[in-house]
Write a protein that binds this ligand. Structure first.
Ligand SMILES: O=C(O)CCC(=O)C(=O)O
Ligand SMILES: [Fe+2]
Length: 263
């Protein structure tokens, strides 16, 4: 694991996230989000304070299975060649689309909105200020920039940091879009060892407490794939170095978006 300061900062949201011509597609006719578990069965769980929050069974395994069958029909694009200087190596197949309607469905048509805006965190309620601090501002919803990843055996996403990006957030009420920025990455895992996918864990490398510290660097946090689990992690200036480990068997499918707050 690279110690703080030794790692050259690679980001994943510059050239790796630009819509290349090959990736501009019509908006898919996404399947409905059903079946879903009721809100009472879902909760926010902290994996690393102020950095990683998970929701187990955010999507049911039936929904994940049906979605993967649909996603496999989309024109996914294999990583084009070598990354630009400063970009992380991402070796997978991706479909990327600006789809505000899908982002809104994923936000309001699931329990995500209720959990993020009102849900208890580890069984404790949050006051308005603590909630704002946690999510980095007034949360508006999800980034319309939706990314679908498929990692086959041997594919991976090398160590990097996710950037915060400015977004024009579509508003149902105001006539003009709302200036917004992204603060947390959302990863929704659709496959796991239960579906035959081995490897592919998302691994986070917490910073050492100080550069001069003689203490050994903190242990990495390895998040194993779980079908239907949603993972949120803080990004931008406070992003932890992280990676998507190599897939050893089967296919890893992920839906990626970001939390947006008012700018
Ligand atoms: O696929 C993963 O586990 C990580 C994905 C990731 O880091 C990203 O989308 O920026
Ligand atoms: Fe990332």
């Amino acid at each position: 694991m690279p110690a703080k300061g030794q790692h050259k900062k690679k980001t994943a949201s510059a050239a790796t996230d630009i819509n290349t011509q090959a990736e501009v597609s019509a908006r898919p006719n996404w399947p409905p989000f059903a079946p879903l578990l009721p809100e009472a069965d879902l909760s926010l769980h902290t994996l690393h304070k102020d950095q990683i929050v998970t929701i187990a069974n955010f999507w049911t395994s039936t929904l994940c299975k049906n979605f993967v069958a649909f996603l496999a029909s989309l024109p996914l694009v294999t990583t084009p060649g070598k990354p630009k200087k400063g970009d992380a190596v991402r070796v997978n197949d991706r479909f990327q689309i600006e789809d505000a309607a899908f982002a809104e469905r994923l936000w309001s048509g699931t329990c995500l909105k209720t959990l993020v805006l009102h849900g208890e965190v580890d069984g404790a309620d949050l006051d308005t200020d603590s909630r704002r601090q946690l999510w980095g501002g007034e949360v508006l919803g999800l980034n319309p920039n939706i990314r679908i990843y498929r990692y086959n055996k041997g594919q991976f996403f090398d160590q990097h940091y996710d950037d915060s990006n400015n977004v024009s957030f579509p508003s149902a009420i105001a006539s003009a879009p709302i200036p917004a920025k992204t603060t947390w990455t959302l990863l929704l895992y659709l496959t796991s060892p239960a579906t035959g996918c081995k490897g592919g864990e998302t691994v986070f490398y917490p910073d050492s407490p100080s550069k001069k510290s003689k203490e050994p660097p903190p242990e990495p946090i390895t998040v194993g794939l779980e079908t239907g689990m949603a993972l949120l992690h803080r990004h931008g200036r406070e992003c932890m170095l992280h990676e998507g480990r190599e897939v050893l068997e089967g296919e890893k499918w992920v839906i990626r978006s970001d939390l947006c707050v008012r700018r």
